[in-house]
Design a protein around this ligand. Sequence first.
Ligand code: SAM
Length: 255
Amino acid sequence: MRDWQKSVLLSGGPRKSQAIHFDQSHLAAFRDFRPTLSELIAAYPEARLLELGGGRKPSFSLSELPGNIASYTVNDIDPSELARTADEYDKACFDVTGDVSEFEGQFDVIFSRTLIEHVKDGVQMHRNVMKLLRPGGVAFHMAPTLYAVPFVINKYLPETLSTGLLYALAPKRRHNRNKFPAHYSWCYGDRRKMQAMLEGVGLRSIRIRTFYGHAYFEKIPLLRQVDRALSNLAADRDWSALGSYAHITAYKPLT
Ligand SMILES: C[S@@+](CC[C@H](N)C(=O)[O-])C[C@H]1O[C@@H](n2cnc3c(N)ncnc32)[C@H](O)[C@@H]1O
């Protein structure tokens, strides 16, 4: 057993004092989602936005939309989710991996928050994003990534078991009934792997920001310690394959 493996198992961390820097943590993935998106949107004078899988909870309320927005369309596959969103939004009910020809080339900025892991065919989703974007448009996604331990469990555990487990660990989620089946198709933390796939689809100027750690095991002492130690080590070494969340930014070329 190597030294770092011993320290992970025995001390609860590779170095006791070492913790994930906030900017690298899962909390920053959520904190920085909207500011990062706002910066991207600012580059388009009359931005046409499409939020994929926005469901019942679009990322921007209409009152706080940046001033340069020409339109904001919220998509979801599930009409009952879209029905819970205010009628002032433009709504588009379709499967992001299905036929998107009706909306082809219409958007400057396409974004999603915790959608990708629910999609059965990640590559097809990114191909569709390419179709939906105008030339020079940008896509921005935030998603949980493999191989962070809770998401590996969620991927491989039968849906009824993973739902029960999640609701036990996070009772608020039971109340909101917002556990959707997750497939994690092309939800890898590994930046090189993701970059190659996205380039294969035709996207360019790809940036992937990796985040580490999560709060799913807070109520399970031993597992929490071991997992936290592993996350700390991964963050320290920037082992993106063990990242827990990613911000993915990618552009459709002008020509
Ligand atoms: C975890 S929720 C995220 C909702 C919202 N983005 C948020 O951050 O609160 C995932 C959403 O994606 C939708 N969804 C799942 N698969 C989809 C698909 N193939 N096409 C479009 N929407 C999908 C679900 O119906 C659900 O509303």
